[in-house]
Design a protein around this ligand. Structure first.
Ligand SMILES: C[S@@+](CC[C@H](N)C(=O)[O-])C[C@H]1O[C@@H](n2cnc3c(N)ncnc32)[C@H](O)[C@@H]1O
Length: 473
């Protein structure tokens, strides 16, 4: 595991997917040019067969296997591929690596020593998984787990400091209330609760902790965490088994909303822009009766895409300029080319993350946010702005793909977050001022760095997860 690219599974050198190495599922290559997408047939399937327009919610209700002869927004296609209860990638198995006991940082020689230990444990678990499962799954690792309990303590320390400041300056006098979205193994929840109980018993006495978790399997795991190895279990916890996108209850008190390593799987839409007018077009994925996929474009009709683009266009000082639209010089030169493409390259836009900002603003009007995730990732889909990584485990190795148009349920699809833009969009939706900082800055401000320093002086709390940032409000 390299500390330079500390993503979920960077141990082995990823190799490019070759057709003959594919699992026995259909796969289609990336459509390189707009020209092809708009004007050329990209599949041998019969385009005259009638198709139905669907969305991810409809697919979740109606289909036990990936549908054919349908048309849907890219966001729905990605969401369905990941979350469909019957065939989605996460409905089968979501595993988050958790070392059996916290690492004894002070006894380790240096970061390399720690990486060696993690690598050994990680490979052992992966080998076991490959032995027992027909569908090999990716094993995630997160800072919460690798740096436990100190990472959770740093988040708790940040929350407690803010809580005391808010109460001290008369902002409110309510008990400390935390909402966490996407709790994984429940480790962060336990570490935050332990920290507050042990360092701030008075605050802990009235504290409430709520966990919003989409996966029922992980909910069971989180419930078992509450009592495991503990003489006195935390009794102030409520675990709610639902997606944050189904949340419909106003929480009318001050609260602290925590979201670690969750939004990278939030589905995006794709837009391209007309070269002459800059008008955006929304991408639709058409699935043919032979399982082939085709991306096609139409005028924006989806309200969420329209609202996202409208809010982004309203940003000032400075206005947001999409990198998908090239300079005016290029656009002039382009007119001299034979058969120039009429749409720009693709841009992935974080429509679900935008929807999440709206949910926070509407249902948690008095929240403060602590959100962390990747801001950059290797091996993203090429030739597109803010593109995802699409990968699966095959023959014991991680295999990245060059398109998201892949068999639903077989691939993880996850996105780097443009934190600076997210912060501006979040502020525009709710009013107020948020800030962005790196993992290192956050750790310097909030972590107990003495406890995570190795003998050489290297500190994984500062040096690992360099590709993570925080959004704080
Ligand atoms: C990569 S894990 C991170 C777990 C944990 N926060 C950590 O840092 O170790 C992502 C978690 O988010 C949950 N999740 C994903 N989408 C969600 C949604 N829409 N609503 C609630 N939970 C969600 C997953 O089931 C999983 O528990």
């Amino acid at each position: 595991m390299s500390t330079k690219k500390p993503i979920r599974k960077p141990k082995k050198e990823p190799k490019k997917l070759k057709e003959q190495e594919l699992p026995a599922v259909p796969f289609k290559g990336y459509l390189e040019t707009t020209q092809e997408i708009l004007r050329m047939p990209t599949t041998t399937a019969d385009p005259s067969i009638p198709y139905k327009r669907v969305d991810a919610a409809y697919c979740a209700q109606k289909f036990a296997k990936p549908p054919k002869n349908v048309l849907m927004l890219t966001r729905d296609f990605i969401h369905d591929s990941l979350y469909n209860p019957s065939y989605g990638y996460f409905s089968k198995q979501a595993l988050i690596f958790s070392p059996p006991t916290p690492y004894p940082f002070g006894e380790l020689r240096d970061s390399a020593d720690l990486l060696k230990t993690i690598g050994r444990q990680y490979e052992e678990i992966e080998r076991e998984l490959d032995d027992v499962r027909n569908i090999p799954k990716q094993l995630w690792h997160t800072p919460t787990e690798i740096l436990k309990p100190w990472y959770g303590y740093s988040v708790a320390s940040h929350i407690v400091k803010q809580y005391k400041r808010d109460v001290g300056t008369g902002k409110h006098s309510e008990p400390l209330t935390v909402f966490e979205m996407g709790g994984g193994n429940g480790t962060l929840m336990m570490n935050i609760l332990d920290y507050v109980r042990d360092t701030e018993p008075e605050i802990y006495a009235s504290m409430e902790y709520n966990l919003i978790e989409i996966s029922s399997k992980l909910v069971r795991h989180q419930l078992s965490q509450q009592t495991r190895d503990r003489k006195v279990p935390h009794t102030n916890v409520k675990i709610i088994n639902k997606s944050v996108f189904e949340w419909d209850e106003v929480v009318d008190k001050h609260c602290y909303f925590v979201a670690m390593e969750v939004i990278d799987n939030f589905a995006h839409d794709v837009v391209r822009y007309d070269f002459d007018t800059s008008e955006p077009y929304q991408a639709m994925v058409r699935v043919y009766d032979d399982g082939e996929f085709e991306e096609c474009y139409e005028r924006i009709s989806d309200p969420l895409i329209r609202d996202y683009l409208a809010v982004r266009t309203s940003l000032t000082s400075p206005p947001y300029k999409t990198p998908a639209i090239p300079s005016s010089t290029y656009r002039t030169l382009r007119n001299w080319l034979p058969l120039p493409p009429n749409l720009t390259k693709a841009e992935f836009i974080p429509t679900q993350a935008f929807q999440f900002c709206r949910i926070l603003s509407k249902y948690f009007p008095h929240h403060r946010l602590v959100l962390s995730d990747f801001f950059t990732l290797p091996d993203t889909v090429p030739n597109a702005v803010d593109a995802p990584v699409v990968q699966t485990r095959f023959s014991g190795a991680m295999v990245p793909c060059e398109t998201y148009l892949v068999q639903p349920g077989w691939f993880d699809i996850f996105f780097p977050t443009n934190f600076e833009l997210l912060s501006r969009m979040y502020d525009a939706v709710r009013g107020g001022k948020s800030r962005v900082c790196t993992q290192r800055q956050f750790a310097k401000e909030n972590a107990d760095l003495d406890k995570t320093r190795t003998r050489s002086g290297e500190n994984p709390m500062l040096d690992f997860y360099e590709n993570n940032k925080f959004l704080l409000s």
